[in-house]
Design a binder for this molecule. Structure first.
Ligand code: FRU
Length: 451
């Protein structure tokens, strides 16, 4: 089995959304949308990786794949729950109504239906795709509830002695969240819905959780941006949620979870210490070149795990503290070559530019700006510049994680995060750097941080 450190990547070929993220029986399980046959999207499987610490990942192969009439064309996104010692996986099951004769991995005329299904694993190791699946919410026929095609991505949790599910859906033009409830985690009843213009034309991957006494909704509304790609973004808002009635209300307009260009479909879970941790898919417009580890062309990766906290209705995201042990070997900024992961800390003042091998970071009109036009060759039609909202102070403190295809910038202790996929960073680092530490050869050097 291959291993990944830091950013979980496709073990080859294609990865998209994180699914079934959970700490279960002493380790983290992270499933993900996976097309195992080419570095592009296609018939969805759930790939599976485990980790003792959210830093070192072990690929466990494919856990879920199509076997049933109702999921024959894809096992779409969903979540995990521990119930009486078992690992229960909830997912959207896709069935094409038309086949594209030249590409059976995409629906003909984009014509498909979706139902919700679950799989019960006794231990997180065995996934019986023939005998342990069941359909739990059939394809919707009542348009007043939701769409037969675009209703998906169950996120499930337990509260009191009931189980709850939130799903993304649409009425055809406006996105909505649907709620279902269950006494036993297997039989589900429709419990309500919340439509909002804030959800674009369809809401993908909703996640609802309480943090420091406040509920937050995160989700990925489609069609909320125009112009260059992408037109959908991962957003959040504090919400009022009443468990008894499953009524939800946004308290304010949704804000970006990450102000970069590629972060999408985040999912949260509780870490070993009970803290809220988030991972998301970093979309990549083209596959990365085959690395030396022999994995072959790959497309897509997870961002670093982020610890969430709430202040005045705003979510702050910090790199998960477990990452600290990975970044332990100080390096001279002059010697950084951008071909392996490192972290840098910097204080950026107005007028200064930090240049990470062609990826430029500066302050303008009180906001943090980034530009990747030098390190995005061959990708047409995508946004190149990103910026945060106005910052509180003139200068800002940055904690930046660099790896050859991804730069994640944590601004002012997690007030904002801005992440960008890049290709072909040059071998230099220029600008004021306070501290630079390497995560080179994490396994080989684990002696320098771990004990
Ligand atoms: C989000 C998404 C989900 C869906 C999955 C399919 O990226 O479109 O809504 O379940 O990806 O791969």
């Amino acid at each position: 089995m291959t291993q990944d450190t830091l950013h979980l990547k496709a073990p080859g070929n294609w990865i998209n959304d994180p699914n079934g993220f959970i700490f279960y029986k002493g380790q983290y399980h992270l499933f993900y949308q996976h097309f195992p046959f080419a570095p592009r999207w296609g018939t969805m499987h759930w790939g599976h990786a485990t980790s003792p610490d959210l830093v070192h990942w072990q690929h466990q192969g494919v856990a879920l794949f199509p076997t049933k009439d109702y999921d024959q064309n894809g096992v779409f996104s969903g979540s995990a729950l521990e119930v009486e010692d078992r690992l229960q996986l909830y997912y959207s099951a896709v069935r094409y109504r038309q086949i594209n004769p030249e590409d059976i991995h995409c629906a003909g005329q984009d014509d498909f239906v979706t139902s919700q299904a679950m799989m019960i694993s006794p231990d997180g190791k065995e996934f019986d795709n023939w005998n342990a699946k069941r359909q739990i919410i059939p394809v919707l026929t009542d348009r007043a509830i939701g769409d037969a095609k675009h209703t998906r991505d169950p996120k499930v949790w337990k509260a009191g002695d009931s189980y709850y599910m939130i799903l993304g859906s649409t009425d055809g033009t406006t996105g909505k969240a649907l709620f279902y409830r269950s006494r036993d985690s297997r039989c589900w009843e429709y419990a309500g819905q919340y439509p909002s213009e804030e959800f674009g034309w369809m809401l993908e991957c909703p996640d609802l959780f309480s943090l420091d006494g406040q509920y937050f909704l995160i989700g990925s509304p489609m069609g909320i941006a125009s112009g260059p790609k992408y037109h959908e973004k991962a957003m959040y808002a504090p919400v009022d949620f009443d468990q008894a009635s499953c009524r939800m209300e946004l308290r304010q307009p949704m804000a970006c979870l990450d102000w970069g260009l590629d972060f999408y479909a985040p999912q949260t879970t509780l870490d070993q210490q009970g803290r809220r941790v988030l991972v998301a898919w970093m979309r990549m417009p083209q596959p990365a070149p085959s690395p030396a580890d022999g994995r072959g062309a790959w497309n897509g990766m997870m961002c670093l795990p982020r610890l969430l906290s709430a202040r005045k209705g705003q979510l702050y995201a910090q790199p998960h503290p477990n990452l600290e042990k990975a970044f332990c070997c100080p390096v001279e900024a002059k010697t950084v070559d951008n071909t392996r992961p490192y972290r840098l800390r910097a204080l950026l003042r107005p007028g200064e530019t930090l240049d990470i091998g062609g990826y430029r970071i500066w302050l303008e009109n009180g906001c943090l700006y980034t530009d990747r036009s030098q390190v995005f060759a061959g990708c047409q039609g995508y946004r190149l510049q990103a910026h945060t909202p106005p910052l509180e102070q003139e200068s800002c403190r940055l904690e930046i994680f660099v790896e050859p295809n991804l730069i994640e910038i944590f601004v002012d202790e997690g007030r904002f995060v801005l992440s960008s996929v890049v290709y072909g960073l040059a071998k230099y680092l220029e600008g004021t750097t306070i501290e630079c530490v390497d995560a080179a050869a994490l396994e080989a050097v684990s002696g320098c941080g771990e004990n």
